[in-house]
Every structure is written in C-alpha cells, then in structure tokens.
Design a protein around this ligand. Structure first.
Ligand SMILES: [Zn+2]
Length: 297
C-alpha cells in the first residue's frame, strides 16, 4: 500500500471483523454511453445526442430487486439525475438508497483534488435537492480511487460524505487498490472518519480475484461469484456487489469501438439478468444505508 495512504483504523471500525456476514447490492446508475471505455467515441460534449436507455434498464433492475426481496444503493451519475430527476425519485420511493457516482464520470486518476472535491459537492447537493434528503455515500467512476490518489478519502469527508465504496482491493491495469483491506473498514482522515466498503473479491492465487459483479458476473463462470459469496459468509465480511443498468439491456445501441472494448461491454449481456437473479437469491441483500443504520444502533 502507498505509504501516504490513510491507514485503516480497524479498532475504530464498526463494520469489519468477526461479525455476521452482510451483503450489500449496488447499482452504478448511468447510461450505456457514459462508460469510461467509450470516452473517445462518446465525449461528454456529445452525451445529449445519444438516445437514453437508462429509464428502461433501471426499471428492469428495480423489478428484479423487488422479485428477490432485495434492497440496494444506487450510485447515481449527476448528469443523469439532472436530466431525469423523476427516475431518481422513483428509485428512492421503491425503498432504495440514493448515493453519488460523480457528475461527469471522470476518473479520479485524471483529476486534481480541487476539481474532484468540487464535482463531489456538486453531485451531492444536486441529489439532495432532488430527494429532499441527505446523501452520504460515494462511488468513484471505474473504482478510480487508487494508491496514487488516496487524498480522495479526505476530500470526500470535506465534500460532506460519510462513506465510500470505490476501493477494489485487486491488482489490475487502470484501477485497483492492491493490499487494501477486503472487508469494510473505517479510514481516519485529518478531516474526519470515512467508512470504506471495498468491492467483493475471492481468494484464489497470490492476489484476490475480482468477484463483485459487473463484467465479472458476465464474463466469469457464475461459480466464481458464488464462491465469493460463500467466502464472505464464512469470513463474516461485508460483501459488496454491483451492476450497471446497461448490463441488463440486451437491445442497447452498439457503439463502434475496438474489439476488446466490444467484448468487455457487450459480451455476456444475455447472461446478466439470470445470473443476477441467482446472486440476489443466494444471500439477503440490503443497502449501505440500512447496514450503517443497523451497525450504528
Ligand atoms: Zn460508472
């Protein structure tokens, strides 16, 4: 771990350690053209020209969550919330938590601390205005809080957030926080405490394997995800899983991009919904808000 990174304070954590396992489901609520890999072919200045599919695909997820008696946290892109506030209100009205996924979907690895803080404040205030309620959680686009920009934890506290779920404790090109705790922990920053909820991983080989959903749910055999659920249960961890609405949208427009990006984005889309149902039926899933309220009690 980066020596400059905030040190997790396990003793002060209300989450990690020998407790009953808990499962949190999360949705990164954005449209198919917001994906970081499409930055060059779908630049921000042209986002308004794409046909939005996020209302349809979010509703597919909402029905799946209802069917499996699951609750979730939706990390919402500010750009979407500003244009479709009724969708955000509808998600909240169905019992899910609304949290922030930045305004512009810019990777934190490409931002200055000042720009990151301003974007995080803007998004929180926008969501709070739409909801008439506090927003306390954040997830960085593409899990882009890494050892090189660990200042982001303190910046989030300063921007009014209480928890974060951006750390992927894996070694991977582009993102990942190798060596970070695999269970929920609390980071003590100079500006205050931030609860961190890392994405679910599986012990296999020298480095934990990503097993939290998304592309890993579509491309890996389902047994990998199922094994990580068992590991979370056995270890008494907080298991954090996620999906994007576009991953259940088989009919989304196909953008012209490289073969690798096409495989990553469009591969296995038809598997998403049935595998997600299996995942949601394999454990009781709740939101970060519900978990934090429970542990605070
Ligand atoms: Zn995203």
């Amino acid at each position: 771990m980066n020596p400059n990174a905030p040190v997790p304070d396990r003793a002060a954590s209300r989450f990690g350690g020998a407790q009953n396992a808990r499962f949190v489901f999360s949705v990164d609520l954005e449209d198919y053209f917001h994906v970081s890999a499409f930055e060059s072919i779908a630049p921000r200045a042209r986002w308004d020209q794409f046909t939005s599919r996020v209302d349809y695909s979010t509703n597919v997820l909402l029905d799946l969550l209802d069917d499996t008696h699951s609750r979730a946290t939706f990390f919402v892109l500010g750009w979407v919330a500003e244009r479709q506030p009724k969708l955000i209100q509808a998600v909240a009205a169905r019992g899910h938590e609304i949290a922030a996924h930045s305004y512009w979907h810019q990777r934190v690895t490409t931002m200055t601390r000042a720009d990151f803080t301003a974007d995080a404040i803007r998004t929180r205030e926008l969501l709070e205005q739409i909801l008439g309620a506090d927003v306390s959680g954040f997830r960085a686009p593409s899990f882009s809080i890494t050892p090189s920009n660990a200042w982001a934890f303190e910046a989030l506290v300063e921007a009014g957030y209480r928890y974060d779920s951006s750390v992927f404790p894996i070694r991977r090109r582009g993102y990942g926080f190798p060596g970070a705790p695999r269970d929920a922990y609390t980071i003590q920053t100079a500006s205050g405490a931030l609860d961190e909820f890392p994405l679910a991983t599986l012990s296999l080989g020298p480095w934990p394997l990503p097993a939290a959903g998304g592309g890993y749910l579509r491309h890996f055999p389902f047994q990998v995800i199922a094994a990580s659920v068992r590991e979370v249960k056995d270890a008494g961890r907080v298991g954090v899983y996620y999906i994007h609405p576009w991953e259940v949208d088989v009919d989304q427009p196909r953008l012209a991009t490289s073969t690798l990006t096409r495989w990553r984005h469009y591969g296995g889309l038809r598997h998403t919904a049935p595998r997600l149902r299996r995942l949601l039926e394999s454990a009781p899933f709740t939101s970060f808000r519900a978990l934090r309220e429970e542990r605070a009690a």
